[in-house]
Design a protein around this ligand. Structure first.
Ligand code: M6P
Ligand code: ZN
Length: 196
């Protein structure tokens, strides 16, 4: 099937696209094992499966040449001292990139490669971020309001969630004395966890 041209509106009042195909909602329950303060996580989840983020996806055929895009709205909050964040993923097709354009809010993108490099880039309204091929990515809301991002990536990229679910990210973004701080993830140990 060939995609026909289309257009939609993305207006600052809400930044919710005027049309979309999928509305994905992820709550605390979809982040099992990811937040570092596991007891805090369990206590919060027992109270309520709090909504962490929503993705409004505009679907196109999942083949090379097409571009998947949409909006992610990451709500503010924290589990213990760790800010709300997305699951994060590598692309199944590792050699594919992604572009983010931050529309509202404050936060950052935590990134790493299988080779051991890592990076954190700040996100704020007007900021454009390029995530190169091979870099896993997770967004983090360090502010007090929704972090809203437009994203765009090759439609054949696919999502590899399993690797991050097993090993986590090398770096955590935590609430510090004067705002956010980046710390080592004490539980990051891919060699041990891969064979679980
Ligand atoms: C980005 C894009 C989406 C993704 C969303 C939520 O905006 O990469 O494809 O679904 O983030 O992140 P995750 O898929 O890691 O839950
Ligand atoms: Zn991606």
């Amino acid at each position: 099937m060939n995609q026909l041209p289309f257009a939609f509106d993305l207006l600052p009042a809400t930044f919710i696209p005027s049309q979309y195909d999928n509305h994905i909602k992820r709550g605390l329950s979809s982040m099992k094992g990811q937040f570092s303060e596991q007891q805090e996580y369990a206590i919060s989840l027992e109270k309520e499966d709090t909504l962490l983020y929503e993705v409004f996806e505009i679907k196109v055929p999942e083949k090379a040449g097409e571009l998947m895009h949409g909006i992610t709205v990451l709500h503010p909050g924290a589990v213990g001292q760790e800010y709300f964040m997305t699951k994060g993923h590598f692309h199944e097709e590792l050699e594919t990139a992604e572009v983010y354009y931050c529309l509202d809010g404050e936060g950052c993108m935590v990134m790493e490669t299988p080779e051991g490099e890592w990076a954190v880039e700040m996100l704020y309204p007007g900021r454009v971020l390029y995530v190169p091929p091979r870099w896993a990515h997770r967004s983090v809301n360090t502010g007090g309001r929704d972090l809203v991002m437009f994203f765009l990536y090759p439609a054949n990229a696919g999502h590899d969630y399993g690797t991050i679910e097993r090993q986590g990210f090398r770096k955590l973004v935590m609430k510090g004395e004067d705002g956010m701080q980046i710390t080592d993830n004490p539980r990051w140990n891919p060699a041990e966890k891969v064979n679980d």
